[in-house]
Design a protein around this ligand. Sequence first.
Ligand SMILES: CC(C)(COP(=O)(O)OP(=O)(O)OC[C@H]1O[C@@H](n2cnc3c(N)ncnc32)[C@H](O)[C@@H]1OP(=O)(O)O)[C@@H](O)C(=O)NCCC(=O)NCCS
Length: 170
Amino acid sequence: MFRLSQENPDDIWDVEYLFDLSFAPGREALSSYRLREGIAPVADLCLVARDVDGTVGGAIRYWPVVIGEERWPALLLGPVAVHPTHQGEGLGALLIKESMARAKELGWTRVILVGDAPYYSRFGFAKADFLTFPPPTNPDRLLYHALQEGAFDGVSGLIGKADQASVFSR
Ligand SMILES: CC(C)(COP(=O)(O)OP(=O)(O)OC[C@H]1O[C@@H](n2cnc3c(N)ncnc32)[C@H](O)[C@@H]1OP(=O)(O)O)[C@@H](O)C(=O)NCCC(=O)NCCS
């Protein structure tokens, strides 16, 4: 049985360890990490799943980004990972659904990510061919989801780095 809580500073190394375990070496060379550099994650949406012993079974983080020259605010979902011994138990779905529900409550309207469409389509994500992610990124893996109907209407362009102020103007 896992309980979700907001990631706090004491969780950082457990979560980093989980991400190192779950992703190929060199994950920080991905272009998504360039969008995160020097920018604080959206703390309210960074969740950790711990079992009754306190062991971390899964975690999710989000960063603010902006889209196009108009700098429309959006959330970049990820990284998200579930410990290999607990994959396939619904923990990934729990982390994604709970964090996106919180994001909606907080007034965020747009979520993007780079990932596998066959997994994320169950949460309402679809291919974002009107958006561009900084290279090198396979465009087929760039996905979007509107937390509010029409949130992506008229929105297009290159995903860019947020300035910290955009966290407060969704
Ligand atoms: C992707 C991940 C977070 C999913 O978490 P999880 O708790 O195992 O997933 P859930 O239990 O919610 O869902 C399991 C289902 O998703 C499917 N699934 C998992 N990863 C998938 C993928 N990459 N592509 C397609 N389907 C996937 C499983 O086959 C399973 O399908 P089923 O419901 O038909 O049996 C987890 O597998 C993981 O940490 N993977 C390694 C890190 C990673 O790739 N993170 C995502 C980066 S984009």
